[in-house]
Design a protein around this ligand. Structure first.
Ligand SMILES: Cc1cc2nc3c(=O)[nH]c(=O)nc-3n(C[C@H](O)[C@H](O)[C@H](O)COP(=O)(O)OP(=O)(O)OC[C@H]3O[C@@H](n4cnc5c(N)ncnc54)[C@H](O)[C@@H]3O)c2cc1C
Length: 518
């Protein structure tokens, strides 16, 4: 509990009141007091800004803080809560409940570790959600309006709207700028399913407000969001049904990785429908009846809640982008070049509003280069970034660089080195043998093109491989890295060793044999 706000710490220790009337609990109030203080007064604009940033998600906050640290006069505009999806309705709340869900899964599996399954595993859903809000409150401190102000950023709350190619209007003020950055993020796609809106459904914007675990939950969509939340809610006590209109989950990932995930979700008890499309929804009393169509024909399921996780759409509307001459598409977002410049050369974009890879670290990295290109005549390219990603299911599925199919499309010859986790000592001792590390190199060289890791902590393991790709470190060098024993990351070293063994030429082996016999 170090570094935790004192008043929350005190509340935790002394306030014994059970969680009630959630989500308006003390942690949520604490968070909102920081990320959108009710009594906040916008500053009065005073002259032209070097940079006006629209949207205070991870992209916008990164750009604004770094620009201010470098001495720029910066304004940051947010219409809702500072921290964006990451803090409020995305990464942070989802990872918080995933952690508790994993704990319950481990309790359930206690026997396989030589322990005893407790007679009665009581899942206090309200407490799980309270813990989630406590964590949001804690992490929200760093993104508070007060902290940003102290860092030299002028924080404005309100809806931003371009009034011309060099002016943004917000809450009755006109902000003039030399350069601007649009980092307005994305929102959930609304599934065009007859009856769904009338029956009501959840998205990431309200699922974290639940105060009770729905007994039966249908998740529409088997991408990262759908799979992560389906598994978490299942482990927290819901009967989860997942429908994916594709033949496999995580269609971007390698087939064997997606298959391992499918098996893991099924073992958790999730009812899986692949190649299944939701065609209609209707309400019958408190229940929602969902009609689906699959290879086997039509069928229906009855659930209490529906969570839609079918994708994200960029926030481009309502900003009067036309007035600033900014080209955009409502599906793919703001059009940018490799320097993240829009069709208005003074205005840049970063993060979910313009990128295909919708991740926090991608938003931050792109915002950093956009800011430097905008203010310091930088020539940093988006295409030069190596961006890994991870789906935080159990096991996690992480990837960096090229997939084999992409390398083949580019006619790059590929050789793959695969280590199965059941051959890694630490995975065996941990009872976590499912998964693999796969490293793709350019055939005939040790240059790493890409890698996929499927393991309980694949998101941690992939970072070493991203470092290797970014720094041009090949498998030959990785084979020389001494790993602590026993760790699951040794799988990376084992793959590098497998590569090193291919370098033993027949001549080398012959000479070694002669030397040894002599
Ligand atoms: C459930 C879920 C889980 C996720 N988990 C992960 C994860 O584990 N790892 C990961 O890397 N990524 C994850 N993501 C994705 C991640 O949250 C986003 O990629 C990231 O937040 C994008 O940052 P951004 O700054 O581009 O936009 P956002 O975070 O969306 O922020 C944009 C901000 O702009 C504001 N805004 C919009 N329009 C205007 C306007 N006109 N005027 C003023 N303000 C405006 C919005 O209110 C918002 O605060 C997850 C997303 C979801 C939904």
């Amino acid at each position: 509990m170090t570094n935790f706000p004192r008043e929350i710490d005190a509340a935790l220790k002394h306030d014994e009141t059970p969680p009630s009337e959630l989500p308006e609990d003390r942690f949520h109030r604490y968070l909102v007091d920081r990320v959108h203080p009710p009594a906040w007064r916008n500053p009065k604009p005073d002259g032209k800004y070097n940079l006006v940033v629209i949207g205070a998600g991870p992209g916008g906050v990164t750009a604004a803080c770094e620009a201010a640290a470098l001495g720029a006069k910066v304004a940051l505009i947010e219409r809702d809560l500072i921290g964006g999806d990451r803090l409020n309705v995305g990464c942070v709340p989802s990872k918080a409940i995933i952690r508790t869900a994993r704990l319950y899964a481990e309790m359930r599996d206690a026997e396989s570790f030589g322990g005893q399954v407790p007679d009665d595993i009581n899942i206090g859903f309200a407490s799980v959600m309270e813990r989630m809000r406590r964590i949001q409150a804690r992490l929200g401190r760093a993104a508070s309006a007060g902290r940003l102000s102290e860092a030299g950023v002028d924080v404005y709350f309100g809806e931003a709207r371009f009034a011309g190619p060099g002016t943004v209007a917000v809450a009755g003020d006109m902000l003039r700028f030399k350069k601007a950055l649009i980092a307005t993020g994305a929102r959930p796609l609304t599934p065009p399913i007859p009856g769904l809106a009338e029956a009501g459904y959840l998205t990431n914007e309200n699922v974290f407000d639940l105060t009770e675990c729905p007994p039966r939950l249908l998740v529409i969509g088997g991408g990262p969001l759908g799979c992560e939340l389906a598994q978490a809610f299942c482990r927290l006590g819901a009967h989860v049904i997942i429908a994916q209109d594709d033949p496999m989950f995580l269609p971007r990932e390698e087939r064997d990785a997606a298959q391992i995930l499918s098996g893991a979700l099924a073992r958790d008890g999730i009812e899986i429908y692949l190649n299944a499309t939701v065609v209609a929804v209707r309400k019958e009393g408190a229940r929602k009846i969902v009609d689906l169509m699959s290879d086997g024909g039509p069928f229906s399921v009855s659930v209490d809640e529906i969570l839609a996780g079918i994708g994200r759409t960029p926030n481009v509307e309502g900003m009067n982008l036309e007035a600033a001459g900014i080209r955009y598409d409502t599906k793919t977002g703001i059009q940018v070049d490799d320097f993240l410049r829009t069709s208005n050369k003074r205005i840049y974009a970063a993060g979910d509003v313009c990128l295909d890879l919708k991740f926090t670290h991608a938003a931050e990295a792109s915002a950093r280069i956009a800011m430097r290109n905008a203010l310091f005549l930088g020539r940093k390219r988006l295409s030069a970034l190596t961006i890994p990603w991870c789906t935080y299911t159990d096991p996690e599925i992480a990837h960096v660089g090229l997939y084999v199919r992409e390398a083949r499309d580019k006619t790059i010859p590929v050789k793959t080195f695969t280590i199965l986790m059941h051959d890694v000592d630490r995975a065996v001792t941990d009872g976590e043998e499912e998964g693999f590390v796969k490293i793709h190199v350019r055939d005939g060289t040790d240059r790493i093109l890409g890698a996929t890791v499927v393991a309980p902590h694949a998101g941690e393991m992939i970072n070493g491989l991203s470092l290797a790709i970014t720094s041009g470190i090949g498998l030959r060098a990785l084979a020389r890295v001494i790993h602590t024993y026993p760790t699951q990351a040794e799988a990376i070293k084992m793959a590098a060793d497998a590569y090193a063994r291919t370098r033993l030429t027949p001549m080398y082996k012959f000479l070694a044999k002669r030397w040894l016999s002599w």
